[in-house]
Design a protein around this ligand. Structure first.
Ligand SMILES: [Zn+2]
Length: 374
C-alpha cells in the first residue's frame, strides 16, 4: 500500500521526476482561469493544478486543453475556444519568467531546461472548428498543436465513444481534417472518439497519433477507455496513450461519475452568447466544485500503466491525467504535486528509471517531434 512508501522512496522518485521532461497530455486547468478567475501563478487548495504544484510534481510540460462543452455549437464553439486561448495568453503574459508557449518538441526541451513550465496548447473536440478547415488553420496560427477529433457527442464528421454511431467513424470531410492536421504539423488526438473513428483515423494519418487521456477497458469497461486491440494498433502506428487518472477511467465502481458528466453536457438548453456562458459556468462549478469520494487509488493507476505497457510496449505509454477535468482523482494522487507518489509506486514495481522517464514524457515528446516535424 502507498501509505507505507518510505521517505527514501519518495526522495528518489522526486529526484527522478525533477530530472525527467514531465509531460501530461491532458489537463483542463485553463477553464479555472476563464470561469473562476483563478490565478494559476499562486499555490491554491482549489483544483488539481497550478504553476507551483506542477513544479512540485515534476510535470513541467502539460498540454493545456481548451475544453468547449458540446452544447457550444458552430460559431459559439469558435468564440469559446478564443475565450480560452485569451485566458491562456493572460497566464503567459502575467508570468513570462515561469511559463512559456511551446509549439514543438524542441521548444519543450528548451523551456523545461530553462526551469520554466512549457505550455503546449490543444483543443478538445472537432466541433470547435465549426466544420471549417480555415478555422483549424487559424487555431494553428494561434499556437494550437493538437486536436481531439470529438468530445462526448458525435460532431458532423466523426463519431464519439459516448454517442450512438451516426457516420460509421470518420466521414470524407473527417478524413480531410486528419490530412490537414498532418500537413500543418498538428497532433491527431483520438481520445473520446468511437472505436471505428479511432481505426479510421489510424488508417488515414501519416504520423503517429496520441490518445491523450484514456485508460484500459480491460480494467474499467467504459467506452472512453481503449481495448487491447486498439492498444496494439496504436503501437503499430508508433503513437502514445496518456493514462487518464479520472475515477471512472481507473475503477469501474466510480463509473457513474463519468455518465453524470456526459448527461450534464448533453442535456443543455439551446442558448447563445452570455446566457450560454453563464450556463457553462454553473456547469463547471457543479462538476468540479468539490472533491468527491472515490474508490480509485494510485495503485489502480499503476495497474493501468502495467496493462498498457504489457500490451502496447514501454514506448507507447504516457500520462494524461485529466486533472481539473474530473471531479475525483484517485486516492493518493489528489493533485499534480502527488506525481512522485506514482513514480515511487512504479519504481517499487520494478520499472527501470529509464523506463519511468519514457512514461513520464519521453514517449510523448517523440510523438510531438514526429507530428510537428521539430
Ligand atoms: Zn476529455
Amino acid at each position: 500500500m502507498t501509505d507505507t512508501i518510505a521517505h527514501e522512496e519518495i526522495t528518489r522518485a522526486r529526484k527522478l521526476a525533477a530530472e525527467s521532461i514531465g509531460i501530461d497530455s491532458h489537463i483542463d486547468t485553463i477553464q479555472r482561469v476563464l470561469v473562476m478567475h483563478q490565478d494559476l501563478g499562486k499555490r491554491s487548495g482549489a483544483g488539481h493544478v497550478d504553476l507551483p504544484r506542477l513544479r512540485d510534481g515534476g510535470m513541467h510540460a502539460p498540454f493545456f486543453a481548451f475544453w468547449v462543452p458540446v452544447y457550444y455549437e458552430g460559431a459559439e464553439a469558435v468564440r469559446r475556444t478564443l475565450d480560452l486561448r485569451d485566458s491562456m495568453q493572460s497566464l503567459l503574459d502575467t508570468y513570462p519568467d515561469e511559463i512559456e508557449l511551446a509549439t514543438t518538441a524542441t521548444d519543450i526541451e528548451r523551456i523545461v531546461k530553462a526551469g520554466k513550465v512549457s505550455a503546449f496548447l490543444t483543443i478538445e473536440g472537432g466541433h470547435q472548428i465549426a466544420d471549417d478547415l480555415a478555422v483549424l488553420r487559424m487555431y494553428f496560427m494561434l499556437g494550437i498543436r493538437s486536436m481531439t477529433l470529438t468530445h462526448s457527442r458525435n460532431n458532423n464528421w466523426a463519431d464519439a465513444a459516448t454517442d450512438k454511431p451516426a457516420h460509421n467513424g470518420l466521414t470524407g470531410f473527417g478524413k480531410k481534417v486528419v490530412r490537414e492536421m498532418n500537413r500543418l504539423g498538428m497532433l491527431v488526438d483520438v481520445s473520446h472518439v468511437s472505436d471505428k473513428t479511432f481505426y479510421d483515423a489510424l488508417d488515414v494519418t501519416t504520423k503517429p497519433v496520441i490518445v491523450s487521456h484514456s485508460s484500459m477497458r480491460a480494467l474499467s469497461d467504459v467506452p472512453r477507455n481503449v481495448t487491447d486491440e486498439m492498444l496494439r494498433a496504436l503501437a503499430k502506428n508508433r503513437g502514445v496513450i496518456g493514462i487518464n487518472f479520472g475515477e471512472g477511467f481507473i475503477n469501474p465502481r466510480d463509473a457513474e461519475a463519468l455518465r453524470l458528466a456526459i448527461r450534464i453536457e448533453t442535456s443543455a438548453p439551446a442558448l447563445t452568447g452570455k446566457a450560454l456562458d453563464e450556463y457553462a459556468a454553473a456547469d463547471v462549478h457543479k462538476l468540479f466544485g468539490s472533491r468527491v469520494e472515490v474508490a480509485a487509488t494510485v495503485e489502480g493507476v499503476a495497474d493501468h500503466i502495467d496493462h498498457a505497457v504489457n500490451v502496447a510496449g514501454i514506448d507507447h505509454v504516457g500520462i494524461g491525467s485529466d486533472f481539473d477535468g474530473v471531479s475525483g482523482p484517485p486516492n493518493g494522487l489528489e493533485d499534480v504535486s502527488k506525481m512522485p507518489v506514482l513514480v515511487a509506486v512504479l519504481l517499487r514495481r520494478g520499472y527501470a528509471e529509464r523506463d519511468v522517464k519514457k512514461i513520464l514524457g519521453e514517449n510523448c515528446l517523440r510523438v510531438i517531434r514526429e507530428a510537428t516535424g521539430q
